[in-house]
Design a protein around this ligand. Structure first.
Ligand SMILES: C[S@@+](CC[C@H](N)C(=O)[O-])C[C@H]1O[C@@H](n2cnc3c(N)ncnc32)[C@H](O)[C@@H]1O
Ligand SMILES: O=c1cc(-c2ccc(O)cc2)oc2c(O)c(O)ccc12
Length: 229
């Protein structure tokens, strides 16, 4: 059982996972999770309950052209690849290809690798390159942002140019281990920098008239945005 999430108790989280999430989780996603659980940074993987919500969004919106910032071993990437249609595409950006290589055999086995264009790069650099092509502007149906929290505001500005009106952008970790409501003196040192970035980001997003929002307390907090103008 994963001790992750913002719920009152581990038992409640276990209940959700066992009754509603694991029974419907595709086999390849279970495999990537199993491969990742022994990695030193295992806690960074998207939680399966948050993944289930993302799959729902992808299916409901019929997203085809998608973008992911922050791949790690590929849990959210694979779930996106499985959810979009056969001719759907994912531009997947991560500064570290080694992490992606861990999950790649599972992605290959699931026969969805052809949907993925993995770019090993600092995300800002890759986003600027995407924006050089006028065909990319306002063209993405769905974007998932799950990289360095300190840059979320910078990513948001680029992503707003890339996503289409009525497209969906999902930001992960917007409740940052619940630290957003804790007094800064009570927040562990390791979370302090992220807390400041996330607080600044959440405030800015809440005042951004280009998007409508829903903040969902799944995983470490997901903010779902729809670009409205
Ligand atoms: C939280 S993990 C992503 C988890 C992934 N979505 C999943 O489902 O497993 C964050 C990833 O962002 C990448 N990252 C961090 N800073 C970055 C940057 N400046 N540009 C691109 N990728 C970055 C890290 O290498 C790491 O793989
Ligand atoms: O604990 C983390 C840390 C990160 C993280 C830190 C620094 C970076 O440059 C990128 C990511 O991301 C996390 C994450 O996405 C998550 O769902 C849980 C925990 C963490």
């Amino acid at each position: 059982m994963e001790h992750k999430g913002l719920l009152q108790s581990d038992e409640l989280y276990k209940y959700i996972l066992e009754t509603n999430v694991y029974p419907h989780e595709p086999e390849p996603l279970k495999e990537i999770r199993a491969l990742t659980c022994s990695h030193r940074l295992f806690f960074m993987g998207t939680s399966p309950d948050a993944g289930q919500m993302i799959e729902m969004l992808l299916k409901l919106t019929g997203a085809k052209k998608t973008l992911e910032i922050g791949v790690y071993t590929g849990y959210s990437l694979l779930l996106t690849a499985l959810a979009i249609p056969e001719d759907g595409k994912i531009v997947a950006i991560d500064v570290n290809r080694e992490f992606y290589e861990i999950g790649k055999p599972v992605i290959k086995k699931a026969q969805v690798e052809h949907k993925i264009n993995f770019i090993e790069s600092e995300a800002i650099v890759a986003l600027d390159k995407l924006l050089e092509d006028p065909n990319n502007k306002g063209s993405f149906d769905y974007v998932f942002v799950d990289a360095d929290k300190i840059n979320y505001l910078n990513y948001h500005e680029k992503v707003m140019e890339l996503v289409k009106v009525n497209g969906i952008v999902v930001y992960d970790n917007t409740l940052w281990y619940g630290s957003v409501v804790k007094s800064k003196d009570l927040v562990p040192e390791t979370l302090k920098e992220g807390r400041i970035s996330v607080l600044k980001f959440n405030k800015s997003l809440a005042n951004d008239s280009r998007v409508k929002l829903s903040m969902v307390p799944l995983g470490d907090g997901l903010t779902i945005c729809r670009r409205v103008r």
